[in-house]
Write a protein of this length. Structure first.
Length: 348
């Protein structure tokens, strides 16, 4: 049994003791007192009501115990699943519309990250980051659009994903230092202007892109499509009964993850996104409603409220999550190129 799971079991045991034992002793003491038989209908009704309320109390207690135990277990499982490595073989597709160079460079703590690099024709380069559990091939569409527009691109597999090293993932907590490693790799390459480096990511890649920009001032512009939050504090209240369970579970996931990584929970996105100012940021979100949880736009708009005036929000009503390129390929491509052109000083 892992230390993290042992802590979770201990939490459940303490919860049961705190909730059940006091109630047990109170009812046990009351049960030992022999009450006189009821003499009136009113007294009978009162005793019946007390009995029903006790049953309801036990039912509520049982519900709390089951819900609490289930929440702890599911949160532990979620943390474990999120941290498992996601290796995959990556090969250059035969129909790839642009030539790539296979590259490897050290991440922030020495892990070797592997990816593809295309040198720029206009001096500007964009780092591309894929979603959780994927690899660099998820960003081929974005790379094709940008290289056709003259941009250089660096697509790499995030740590413990694809062909990059690492024995665990961290839901983006440890990845900002890898962005710094990518910047160091690009620095000094022929034809690359260090003042014209942008970053683009989808889902967890969008979250890492925003963190990377917050901690690496060399990043000149950020495009984040469906960025995930970093911690439970980034959750936006959807206004329904599911929210308390979702929030408590996410706080537990943060706690389990921090214990497993032997580190503190990092700052939330709402605390750091404003530090990217005055560099431009474009946040993309799908507007399609999901049962109980609302739309992605609700969450991303919540992040935008904590960003600075140079942050723009684009909501694609029919999109769900990172599917804007499939639903609106021409508009998405045009907006993406125009954004980096303006941000990185590319004249056409």
């Amino acid at each position: 049994m892992s230390p993290v799971f042992s802590q979770g079991v201990l939490f459940v045991v303490v919860l049961i003791l705190v909730l059940f034992v006091p109630v047990y002793f109170i009812l046990h003491r009351r049960g030992r007192k022999q009450a006189a038989p009821p003499r009136t209908r009113g007294e009978k009704a009162r005793r019946a009501l007390v009995y029903v309320l006790r049953l309801l109390g036990f039912a509520l207690l049982a519900l709390l115990l089951v819900t609490g135990g289930t929440t702890v277990f599911v949160s532990y499982q979620g943390a474990q699943e999120d941290m498992r490595p996601a290796p995959s073989a990556v090969e250059v597709p035969p129909d790839l519309p642009f030539p790539v160079e296979e590259v490897a460079f050290p991440g922030g703590d020495g892990l070797t990250l592997r990816g593809w690099y295309v040198p720029p024709q206009n001096g500007a380069t964009v780092i591309l980051l894929h979603g959780y559990g994927g690899n660099r091939t998820a960003m081929i569409w974005h790379a094709a659009v940008l290289t056709e527009a003259g941009y250089g691109v660096l697509l790499y597999d995030e740590r413990a994903s694809g062909e990059s090293d690492g024995d665990h993932r961290s839901y983006g907590w440890e990845d900002p230092s890898d962005v710094a490693g990518a910047i160091d790799f690009l620095d000094g390459l022929p034809g690359t202007d260090p003042a014209r480096v942008g970053i683009l990511g989808c889902s967890i890649g969008g979250q890492i892109a925003l963190q990377g920009a917050a901690y690496s001032p060399q990043i000149a512009a950020v495009w984040a499509d469906g960025p995930a939050g970093i911690t439970a504090r980034d959750l936006t209240i959807p206004g329904n009964w599911v929210y308390p369970f979702t929030m408590s579970s996410n706080y537990l996931v943060d706690w389990f993850t921090a214990r497993a990584l032997d580190r503190d929970v990092p700052p939330a996105m709402i605390d750091i996104i404003g530090t990217i100012e005055p560099r431009p940021v474009l946040l993309v979100a799908g507007g399609t409603e999901k049962p109980l949880l609302g739309s992605e736009a609700l969450h991303v708009a919540g992040l935008a409220e904590h960003a600075g005036p140079h942050t723009e929000l684009w909501i694609i009503p029919e999109a769900t999550h990172c599917d804007g390129p499939a639903l609106r390929p021409e508009e998405y491509a045009a907006r993406m190129v125009a954004f980096f052109d303006a941000a990185l000083g590319i004249a056409r």
